[in-house]
Design a protein around this ligand. Structure first.
Ligand code: PLP
Length: 408
């Protein structure tokens, strides 16, 4: 449909963008927190409830069959989207956070023992720190952290030094939500495998911007959320290699995840249902497929190229602002610009920009240890999606000039 990338056409697909905030046209630069949804996704949710709402699987009536087919259709779409070899390897969760917790509670509990080590990076989101801390505390294992340089890039030589036979798992973010850094995950994975360690990749930010191929990456687990990928909230994915998922104990117990239950013993369902207890989020899962179709139709590489143009433009224009310093200057970045302005608290920047209709995120972005690494309490973060424009970046720059004037 979109042979040429036409941002004004794309904007028409996102009804929420067409509004004013405090009398100014909305400029939505908080895409790393969650992206807006195209009309097709919004419509799919109400269509589900209006036309084929029914509980999935076990039903033999027509609506249940239709709901099941749509729900499983999303699973196949996700499989293709990340190039997994089988839909058995695609587990639906509530999001990245739940996907990581699932691995910690099953694989982690089973495999990590006292004296073992789990390695993460300095730039992890809290959801890829805390589950491992909890696990290590429970097991008497140790959490190790890969350091980064001042540009916000992982220091691979330091990573190598942390790896040993004690390493059971490496959990690393593909793309930093605070800095935009794209990590060399292939190298991270290969080096971990050389020590027999498994690798989980947090793909929450990467999945909307980069082409994901889990077989080529050869990661053991890959976690991401629909809502950062133009899809609904409340639905996410855990990819896992089949032999690993097979050998892992179940996560939650209940309906759907069982084969047979008696008071003496329960046998578990096969993959992927073993990890999906209870009635899932059917409506949002069905609508998630529309989001993936949307991204495929536009073509991720085409959108990514445009987003990179926005990144370059924003990086250049923001540097003109007196006292502004960009935090995260990695060579490989997606379209995220985090910055601090001398003498102005990020919260004040956020409030003043909001009066201009500009939505940015301020604070630690769920990466407090990363902020500590840079010696700052937080940043202002502008994160761009395929529907943003250079004109909007101009408005941000103008707004920031105003902020600086107010505080100096
Ligand atoms: C958003 C995000 C998460 C958490 O995702 P949820 O959808 O909130 O579960 C984890 N890691 C990164 C890098 C993120 O950007």
């Amino acid at each position: 449909m979109y042979k040429v990338f036409d941002v004004l056409e794309i904007r028409k697909d996102f009804p929420i963008l067409n509004q004013t905030i405090h009398g100014k046209p909305l400029v939505y630069f908080d895409n790393a927190a969650t992206t807006q949804k195209p009309q097709s996704v919004i419509q799919a949710i109400s269509e589900y409830y209006q036309e084929f709402n029914a509980n999935i699987h076990r039903g033999i009536h027509t609506l249940a069959e239709k709901a099941t087919a749509e729900y499983e259709g999303t699973r196949e779409m996700v499989r293709k989207f990340i190039n997994a070899s089988s839909t058995d390897e695609i587990i639906f969760t509530r999001g990245t956070t739940e996907s990581i917790n699932l691995v910690a509670a099953t694989f982690g509990r089973q495999q990590v023992k006292a004296g073992d080590e789990v390695i993460i990076t300095t730039m992890e989101h809290h959801s890829n720190i805390v589950p491992w801390q909890m696990l290590c505390e429970e097991k008497g294992a140790t959490l190790k952290v890969i350091p980064i340089n001042d540009a916000g890039e992982i220091i691979l030589e330091e990573y190598e030094k942390l790896l040993s036979e004690r390493t059971k798992l490496v959990a690393a973010v593909y793309v930093s939500n605070s800095l935009g850094t794209i990590n060399p995950v292939k190298e991270i994975i290969d080096r971990a495998h050389a020590f027999g360690a498994r690798v989980l990749i947090d793909g929450a930010q990467a999945s909307a911007h980069l082409d994901i191929n889990v077989q080529e990456l050869n990661c053991d687990f890959y976690a991401f959320s629909s809502h950062k990928l133009y899809g609904p909230t409340g639905i996410g994915v855990l990819y896992g290699k089949r032999e690993l998922l097979d050998s892992m104990p179940p996560y939650q117990g209940g309906g759907e995840m069982i084969k047979e239950v008696s008071f003496e013993k329960t046998t578990y369902n096969e993959l992927p249902y073993k990890f999906e207890a209870g009635t899932p989020n059917i409506a949002d899962t069905v609508a998630f497929k529309k989001a993936l179709e949307y991204v495929n139709e536009i073509s991720k590489p085409v959108a990514a190229e445009y987003e990179h143009e926005l990144l370059t433009y924003a990086t250049e224009s923001l540097q003109e602002i007196n006292g502004l310093r960009i935090v995260g200057t990695a060579k490989e970045k997606i379209s995220i610009v985090s910055f601090v302005v001398e003498g102005v608290h990020h919260q004040d920047i956020g409030i003043i920009l909001d009066t201009q209709g500009i939505a940015v995120r301020t604070g630690h972005h769920c990466t407090q240890p990363l902020m500590q690494r840079f010696g700052i309490p937080g940043t202002t973060r502008a994160s761009f999606a395929m529907y943003n424009t250079k004109e909007e970046i101009d408005k941000l720059v103008k707004g920031l000039h105003r902020v600086v004037k107010m505080f100096r």
